[in-house]
Design a protein around this ligand. Sequence first.
Ligand SMILES: NC(=O)c1ccc[n+]([C@@H]2O[C@H](COP(=O)([O-])OP(=O)(O)OC[C@H]3O[C@@H](n4cnc5c(N)ncnc54)[C@H](O)[C@@H]3O)[C@@H](O)[C@H]2O)c1
Ligand SMILES: O[C@H]1[C@H](O)[C@@H](O)[C@H](O)[C@@H](O)[C@H]1O
Length: 340
Amino acid sequence: MPSERALGVAVVGTGKMGADHVRRLRHRISGARVRAVVDIEAERAKTLADAIEGCAAYTEPAAAMAARDVDAVLIASPGPAHEAALLEALDRDLPVLCEKPLTPDAASALRVLDAEQKLGHRRVQVGFMRRYDAEYMKLKRLLGKGELGRTLMLHHRHRNPAMPEWFTEEMLINDSVVHEMDVTRWLLDQEITAVTVHKPASTSNAPAGMSDPQFVLFETESGALVDVEIFGHCGFGYQVQAEAVCERGIVRMDDEHGPRLTTADGRWGGRVTPDYLERFEDAYDREVQAWVDATRRGETTGPSVWDGYAAAAVCEAGVLSQREGRRVEVDLIERPAFYQ
Ligand SMILES: NC(=O)c1ccc[n+]([C@@H]2O[C@H](COP(=O)([O-])OP(=O)(O)OC[C@H]3O[C@@H](n4cnc5c(N)ncnc54)[C@H](O)[C@@H]3O)[C@@H](O)[C@H]2O)c1
Ligand SMILES: O[C@H]1[C@H](O)[C@@H](O)[C@H](O)[C@@H](O)[C@H]1O
């Protein structure tokens, strides 16, 4: 439905990420209006809606999706709640931007994959925002040019200062490393075939029952090896780095943000971003603008339900490896022609 008027968006889940997307839709990107906010915490949704002209608060995603001025849905509830909201939106043929992970496990991701195929056209963009980050885009372009030859290894580092108290050890894999699963598939243009999770000595900052950091190894279809350091409680800030080792060179992603200072006491250096909202702000903006623009043209672009399902299948292997301490092969269905 190519449209001249602003896209009416319902935002489902108004916690840290949902509230930030509401701010983004209102103040940082063009072509959209927040018409509904949904949260099981009624007061949170109402407080947010009261501050936005023409926006209503709901506690049920289905009620918001039925509203006359809602054309599209941005899902930012916790991962386990995504499936129900996605199926509801697909049932109504509404365009969706769904925060990562698509769903936390492969079986639920497959149900979404089936529902979109039954609908007969793509409607869902998955919120793998690193694909919209300037540094990752440069890395992708360089690897794609072919000058460096095949990529033999990728090294990823993913450090968070601390995790919320509800964050579990499994979530280190299916909520955090899911980003590296997606960028690895995207950068190398191939699937991940096996995962092994190793647990080094744990920081005393980790909560009881969580071994942190963890070292995750992916094997890929071409035989590349990919390692990920996931550190949930590094204490000092938010850091995401990547380096590709290729046949004819090495590309290291620049993760510096902000000025680098040299000071009178002989120190030299920059600043580490405190969290993902600051580190990836431009990427989130580009991602949401791309979704609004494509939706207004009547198209669906960006990471697909297939990408969300493939990452969920790798997560499932990763969680099993984390639990059992062994290498686990990824169990992936054949890619349907619909998603070629
Ligand atoms: N792309 C990124 O970098 C990034 C960063 C952070 C979070 N996320 C993703 O965003 C999503 C939300 O994470 P968050 O950190 O904002 O969590 P949060 O806990 O801060 O917020 C979640 C909100 O959803 C509400 N909620 C729970 N169940 C709901 C339901 N069934 N319907 C409607 N609302 C519901 C909660 O009351 C809460 O207000 C998750 O999928 C997470 O993985 C992505
Ligand atoms: O939900 C968040 C978010 O996806 C961040 O981008 C990631 O760095 C965190 O590790 C994760 O917990």
